[in-house]
Design a protein around this ligand. Structure first.
Ligand SMILES: Nc1ncnc2c1ncn2[C@@H]1O[C@H](COP(=O)(O)OP(=O)(O)OP(=O)(O)O)[C@@H](O)[C@H]1O
Length: 301
């Protein structure tokens, strides 16, 4: 049995209803659970595993996928159904990066039939994410405007200066530790990628791979002047391992201890933590993905 966990926002979309009916007509046993409030998607996913579902399909945006992943991770590994994704959000960052079809009929068919591939699941404190965690200024403005991060990193200087003023920007000092490194850093942006893109198309960790047991980390340090801001953006084009403002590395774990609560997004969902540990559970979920998926190095099962 396969359970479709459908964000209530999209429950009455004609294309979604037609896609479900078409799959049933083709003989698929598909039952649908619709969410009404935060927490439902995680609950329905956990219950689907308890009821013996072989696969659950998260039908919604990145936030719905995140909730379903958190529900699945409450189950023992042996009882965890596979995960398919029917992208119905506004950003669908993970679905885009995975190369999934984006129209409901094709996406549902793919979610039901694609081979399941093991993927890593990072956990930050008590919450899992599948695609990306971001922290600092980017997280603050991404949660307020979906285009925030895009403007920040890709827009002109004036849009960045405007954003800095509008959000009363301040840096987030703290101590970062990871496998093989430790640093005091005044953070501007921190990105922890299992997947590659976040914030509606920003490729913050373009080399990330979901089945390597590692997080791809991007650290952008605070800058003190317009000149330094330009230097940071120039450095970001090169993505040095250790630059003046930009640092990139891979690690299976990372911890942060800050002075003040750091604004974070986990797969786009906001929270704040002053201190946290992140670690990766390698191959903890089985994800329906295309055979030539750019985020997976391992061969399909
Ligand atoms: N019936 C409902 N009506 C409105 N919101 C809901 C409903 N059910 C769940 N939600 C909330 O919707 C949010 C997730 O929405 P969605 O999956 O579209 O994520 P998103 O972050 O908007 O996606 P994307 O970033 O891809 O645009 C969660 O916060 C969830 O609690």
């Amino acid at each position: 049995m396969t359970r479709l966990i459908l964000n209530g926002k999209a429950a009455q979309w004609p294309a979604v209803r037609e896609a479900v009916f078409a799959c049933r007509r083709a003989g698929t046993e598909l039952d649908v659970a619709v969410t009404w409030e935060p927490g439902d998607a995680a609950r329905w996913a956990e219950r689907a595993g308890g009821a013996g579902a072989g696969r659950v399909i998260a039908a919604g945006g990145d936030g719905t996928v995140n909730e379903v992943v958190n529900g699945l991770m409450r189950l023992p590994a042996g009882r965890r159904p596979g995960l398919g994704i029917l992208p119905l959000g506004s950003a669908n960052d993970l679905a885009h990066a995975l190369g999934l079809p984006l129209t409901p009929r094709a996406a549902l068919e793919a979610a039901l039939t694609q081979a399941l591939r093991p993927v890593d699941v990072p956990r930050l404190g008590d919450r899992h994410f599948l695609n990306m965690a971001t922290g600092g200024f980017g997280a603050e403005i991404t949660t307020s405007t979906p285009k925030g991060l895009k403007r920040l990193l890709g827009g002109g200087a004036y849009s960045l200066i405007g954003a800095l003023k509008a959000w009363q920007y301040r840096p987030y000092p703290g101590r970062l530790r990871w496998e093989g490194g430790e640093r005091e850093a005044s953070l501007f942006v921190l990105a922890l990628g299992n997947g590659t893109r976040s914030g509606g198309g920003q490729r913050l960790t373009p080399s990330a791979c979901m089945d390597d047991g590692l997080l791809d980390v991007l650290v952008l340090r605070d800058f003190a002047s317009l000149r330094e801001m330009w230097a940071m953006r120039r450095e970001l084009q090169r993505r040095p391992a250790r630059g003046r403002f930009v640092e990139t590395f891979r690690t299976p774990w990372l911890s942060f201890e800050g002075r003040d609560p750091l604004p974070l997004t986990l797969d786009g969902e906001p929270c704040r933590r002053r201190a946290f540990d992140v670690e990766v559970a390698p191959g903890a979920l089985a994800l329906a993905a295309p055979a030539d998926c750019p985020l997976l190095a391992g061969a399909p099962a």
